[in-house]
Design a protein around this ligand. Structure first.
Ligand SMILES: CC(C)(COP(=O)(O)OP(=O)(O)OC[C@H]1O[C@@H](n2cnc3c(N)ncnc32)[C@H](O)[C@@H]1OP(=O)(O)O)[C@@H](O)C(=O)NCCC(=O)NCCS
Length: 133
């Protein structure tokens, strides 16, 4: 298993396999769009690689000083429970910078185990209509 390393185009198929296994259709629907998302400027996207497989990946957006957001954290089922998620998250947050990291998740217990506290959050689907209907 490699240490967390920046995501490259060569990792796309392995990343798509993880998204597929998790049923994350937003990321599997259009692989080229996913590639653009995972290589977008201003993002820190890291992978851990095991042989030919991507074992896990993480993406953090940050202003580099204050505010960071976790966009995705995913570890393949067979690599779970050995600290990979924590190590990907810690490395991406350190590289991205900032003093706090916000996230939306259905796995709240995981982040609470890392010290996160729950505060209310929302998600808006885009685009936002400019006028009231
Ligand atoms: C959540 C996830 C990233 C954790 O990856 P991981 O490499 O297994 O995490 P770590 O090895 O750092 O930590 C494992 C610990 O977290 C715990 N854990 C994992 N998911 C949890 C959850 N939803 N609630 C509470 N604890 C959880 C495990 O039980 C384990 O505890 P232990 O160390 O006491 O045995 C991984 O399970 C995953 O990708 N899940 C599916 C995708 C997902 O939910 N991503 C987060 C959405 S933002």
């Amino acid at each position: 298993m490699t240490a967390p390393t920046p995501f490259l185009r060569d990792h796309l198929d392995g990343a798509l396999a993880l998204f597929e296994a998790e049923g994350w259709q937003t990321y599997t629907a259009d692989p080229e769009r996913t590639l653009r998302a995972l290589t977008a400027p201003g993002c820190t996207t890291l992978v851990a690689v095991d042989g030919d497989d991507v074992a896990g990946l993480v993406q953090v957006h940050s202003d580099g000083e204050i505010q960071a957001h976790l966009s995705l954290l995913l570890v393949g089922e067979r690599w779970r429970g050995s600290g990979l998620g924590r190590s990907l998250l810690a490395e991406a947050a350190a590289r991205a910078g900032g003093i706090r990291l916000d996230l939306l998740t259905r796995a709240g217990g995981y982040y609470e185990s890392l010290g996160a506290r729950s505060i209310p959050g929302y998600r808006l689907d885009l685009p936002i209509s400019a006028s009231e209907s």
